[in-house]
Design a protein around this ligand. Structure first.
Ligand code: NDP
Ligand code: PYC
Length: 341
């Protein structure tokens, strides 16, 4: 579900929104570096109309910081593990500054070995995943990332929730075209979109989740009040969600989605888990041809009638925002300003 940006009350220049968000993060105890990474991520999501992870998330960040659940001053520790392997301990802080700290080493390894892995653990991720992969494709690299979240998804064939909403994001360069990017929860819906629907009093389509008794429901509040989401696509989405748990948590040393307990931190919202990023340099095998092959594939998809590639809606929103500013409702802007008090 993407929230509409029709007739927005206010349009803010992207830089102004980023500065406002950075000030909020710093006001609530984040270091400059952490505030910059999170503000860039959250403002970019709002700019691209990725509303489930735009400014809607700011109160959750703030309540989490206030609860002491996350370290807003964390200094990530980067370890050069092997020719194609970088590990980073996010030190109980956010995953995005850990990625920022490890990125130069990761890219130089991907360019020399042809492929490199970044394993982030002891990290919190509360955001859209595409901002973590798209910049690699801007540099001609292919990137795949997975992150696990918090128990709220019933594995296919099971009776109780276990997995997180566990998104997978992918980015690849495409000649004469912005990168091809997709970013999708492996649950039938993102948890953020369930919250947005509940707030708006909107029923969900069938097949998204179950209530506290395990019965199918279209009521988002019933999912939030002790119910759970289902994986998308039955056993297939469930298998992908299981894979995300293995790659993002078991492989990195992070927590599985069910392994952390935030009960002693009222207000905590950010899953304390792990994240994996795999970066491939396609020039090692295909030289410049990979991006041209991408382009050829896109042309074939259009030739068979496709009108919307994943990522294209965001790019369209981004283009509008670059001309007109980032869309915010008056309530959203007032809510952000209130977080500075
Ligand atoms: P959507 O279902 O809205 O979109 C998934 C992907 O499909 C996007 O790449 C989207 O492109 C594309 N898409 C959507 N509709 C179409 C269409 N009709 N034709 C072609 N492509 C289409 O995303 P989700 O609700 O699954 O996830 C939303 C966000 O929530 C993601 O950014 C995800 O990373 C985030 N999330 C984060 C978690 C975390 O732990 N940090 C956990 C779960 C989710 P486009 O973007 O252009 O619309
Ligand atoms: O929307 O599912 C979600 C989510 C979980 C953690 C951050 N976003």
């Amino acid at each position: 579900m993407s929230a509409s940006s029709a007739s927005p009350a206010i349009r803010l220049p992207f830089d102004e929104l980023q500065q406002l968000l950075r000030a909020i993060f710093q006001h609530h105890g984040c270091s400059e570096k952490v505030a910059a990474a999170l503000a860039c991520n959250c403002a970019s999501a709002q700019r691209d109309g990725a509303h489930s992870h735009g400014v809607f998330r700011m109160p959750g960040y703030v309540s989490t910081l206030a609860s002491g659940w996350v370290n807003g001053q964390a200094e990530p520790k980067v370890t050069d593990v092997a020719a194609g392997y970088v590990r980073v301990d996010a030190a109980g802080g956010f995953a995005q500054p850990a990625l920022t700290a490890a990125r130069p080493l990761l890219v130089s390894k991907a360019r020399s070995a042809g492929i490199a892995v970044l394993a982030i653990h002891n990290s919190h991720h509360f955001a859209a995943l595409w901002p973590d992969v798209e910049p690699f494709a801007d540099e001609g690299l292919v990137a795949l990332s997975v992150v696990n979240s918090m128990t709220c998804v019933v594995p296919h064939g099971a009776h109780k929730p276990l997995f997180g909403t566990n998104p997978i994001a992918f980015a690849a360069p495409c000649a004469g075209h912005p990168p091809i990017v997709f970013d999708m929860a492996t649950s039938a819906m993102a948890h953020g979109d369930v919250q947005i629907a509940a707030r708006a009093g909107q029923a969900l389509p069938e097949g998204m989740g179950v209530d506290a008794d395990g019965q199918p429901t279209t009521d988002p509040q019933a999912i939030l009040d002790g119910g759970a989401l289902l994986p998308f696509g039955g056993h297939k989405g469930s298998a992908l969600s299981m894979m995300v748990e293995l790659l993002a948590a078991a492989l990195t040393g992070g927590n599985f989605s069910w392994e952390f307990d935030w009960a002693d931190h009222p207000g905590a919202k950010t899953p304390w888990t792990g994240q994996l990023i795999i970066v491939i340099d396609p020039s090692k095998a295909e030289g410049e041809r990979f991006a041209q092959r991408s382009r050829a594939m896109v042309e074939q998809m259009h030739a068979v009638g496709l009108t919307r590639l994943p990522g294209e809606r965001r790019y369209r929103e981004r283009e509008i925002a670059s001309r007109e500013g980032v869309a915010l409702s008056a309530e959203e802007l007032a809510g952000l300003n209130a977080l500075l008090r």
